[in-house]
Structure formats: structure tokens, C-alpha cells
Design a protein around this ligand. Structure first.
Ligand SMILES: Nc1ncnc2c1ncn2[C@@H]1O[C@H](COP(=O)(O)OP(=O)(O)OP(=O)(O)O)[C@@H](O)[C@H]1O
Ligand SMILES: [Mg+2]
Length: 273
């Protein structure tokens, strides 16, 4: 099937259009001393798709996201973002290029409120400098208000109005994960990298998170790269799935293709998740 022409009606009635490839990973290899975290991995991500990365513990999934947003620099391979070839990314360029991310272990300021944590996601969008902000000088003040408005929009979208002034450290785990999604959304990313957004959640929290991910993809047109261990979720919401095992790619395709791939069944799906 030509994915450029793939139109899928969604629950909200809109039509999802999967676009051309915007991110291409070519022959990526990454090692830490003697440990080969990734070996010759190639796959691509199309605009507006939900692309899952799955595989057993230690397969290299988080390392892959870290390569995409410039936390790790691969020894080999290249990253092609919107047609621009690079040997590696750095975090600042990735953020500037519209890539945002959440982490496997929640990375929020626990003592700060939900609203303030979400505001930190807007740092890159702020034009006025520190001195202007400190003096609360006219333009800086207007800018601050616009950023607050955006943060409040995200809070409404994620249905967390009731906890907007609560310090994040006091929230249950599931809500902290939602706030972290909010912080990433505050950057208004084109590509959102989510590292196990549903890990440790109960069924209801997972359902909520699934709905938010689908809504972000649908309403904002955000491309999503998602690591997840819950196969029900992965098979339900992904357009395509890449499977890693011991740092190597062992499968790549639609959920149905991956589900019936014997290598994938042997390495991962054969066991309960
Ligand atoms: N900073 C690091 N220094 C040394 N080794 C690392 C580092 N990051 C990852 N690794 C190693 O690389 C391999 C892949 O790890 P990675 O965290 O990418 O796996 P994963 O698929 O995300 O696993 P999990 O499902 O447990 O999160 C592992 O052997 C891990 O120990
Ligand atoms: Mg991981």
C-alpha cells in the first residue's frame, strides 16, 4: 500500500492523512564501551503517523529516542530530518527542529506546580531575555501572558485544571505522566517522542493516556514516536511498528505484519507482556 495515500477515518470523524517521510534513521550504530546498544538500525517515520518502537528490556529502544533527540551521538549512521542529512543531532537543534520528548523516568520539577512545569516547556519559544523578564518590562510582560495562555490551553486539553497549582511531587504517578506530556506539548512540537508513557499505570489511566495521544495526533497533527510495552495499546493505536531485540531490528511494518512475523513472535511476542 502507498502510505502517502492512506486516509483513515478516526473516531472524531476527521480524516488522518499519513504524509511523506520526515525522519529517516539510516544504519545507526551506537555502543557504550563494549556494549552495543544499537547495531545498524534503519527505519523511517512519516508525517502524522503514530510509530511504535517495541522490544524486550535492554533492546535499545530508549537509546534510539536518545539518538533522535541528540542525547546520544551514534558512532555510525545518519539522521535525515525533513531531507537534511546529519551525522548526529544535539538537543538544542532537535528542540529547535520541533522535536519534544518525555522520559521513561519522569523528568519534572517536583517542587514546582503543574502550571510552572508546563511553562518550562515554553522556554525555547520565549524571545525576551532574562533581564527584560526580571524587570517585567512591557514586551516581556505581554510575552509572558501569551505563554501562560498557551500553558492554560494545554491544561484544559489534558483536563488537569483542578491540579494546575498543585506541586507535581504531590500528584499520583499517572497524573505526573500526564503533566510531563503537557510539558512536551508546550513546545508545540511537530514530532513527539514518548518513552513508555503508560508504564506503571492502571487500566483507566492507560485509557486516558491513549485518548490524549490519539487526540494530540489527530487535533494538532503531531507525529508521534512511541515506546510501549503494552501490546494491546501498541497494536491499537500505531500505524507502524519497529521491533528491536539486542540492539538489532528484527521487524518493521503494520501491527498485523509485526504480529505475524515469526522472528518477532520468537523474541518478544511469544512471551506475556
Ligand atoms: N548511558 C549508558 N551507558 C552505558 N550503557 C547504556 C547507556 N544507555 C543504555 N545503555 C545500554 O544499552 C542497552 C540498551 O538500553 P536501552 O535503555 O536503550 O534499552 P530499552 O530497550 O529502552 O530497555 P527498557 O525496556 O528496559 O527501557 C542496554 O544494554 C543498556 O544497559
Ligand atoms: Mg527504555
Amino acid at each position: 500500500m502507498n502510505m502517502n495515500e492512506l486516509n483513515e477515518p478516526t473516531a472524531s470523524g476527521s480524516t488522518r492523512k499519513i504524509g511523506p517521510v520526515i525522519l529517516d534513521l539510516n544504519n545507526i550504530s551506537l555502543s557504550f564501551g563494549g556494549v552495543k546498544a544499537l547495531t545498524d538500525i534503519s527505519f523511517n517515520v512519516r508525517q502524522h503517523e503514530i510509530r511504535a518502537i517495541i522490544g524486550p528490556n535492554g533492546a535499545g529502544k530508549s537509546s534510539m529516542l536518545n539518538v533522535i533527540n541528540g542525547v546520544y551521538r551514534p558512532q555510525q549512521g545518519e539522521i535525515v530530518l525533513r531531507g537534511e542529512h546529519r551525522k548526529n543531532m544535539d538537543c538544542y537543534s532537535a528542540a529547535k527542529a520541533g522535536i519534544a520528548r518525555t522520559f521513561q523516568n519522569i523528568a519534572l520539577f517536583k517542587g514546582m506546580t503543574v502550571l510552572d512545569n508546563i511553562m518550562t516547556g515554553r522556554n525555547l519559544k520565549m524571545k525576551s531575555n532574562f533581564l527584560m523578564q526580571a524587570l517585567y518590562w512591557g514586551p516581556a510582560r505581554r510575552e509572558e501572558m501569551a505563554h501562560r495562555e498557551k500553558a492554560e490551553e494545554i491544561i484544559d486539553f489534558l483536563e488537569i485544571q483542578a491540579i494546575r497549582k498543585t506541586p507535581v511531587g504531590r500528584l499520583p504517578y499517572g497524573l505526573q505522566k500526564r503533566v510531563e506530556l503537557g510539558r512536551a506539548l508546550a513546545a508545540e512540537p511537530d514530532i513527539l517522542l514518548l518513552d513508555e508513557p503508560m508504564a506503571g499505570m492502571n487500566v483507566e489511566e492507560k485509557q486516558d493516556m491513549c485518548r490524549f495521544i490519539l487526540d494530540v495526533n489527530d487535533q494538532f497533527g503531531t507525529t508521534i514516536v512511541l515506546i510501549e510495552h503494552d501490546m494491546g495499546v501498541v497494536m491499537d493505536i500505531s500505524d507502524r511498528v519497529v521491533v528491536l531485540d539486542y540492539g538489532k531490528k528484527i521487524g518493521d511494518g503494520t501491527p498485523d505484519e509485526v504480529r505475524s512475523n515469526q522472528n518477532v513472535i520468537n523474541a518478544y511476542l511469544g512471551v506475556a507482556h
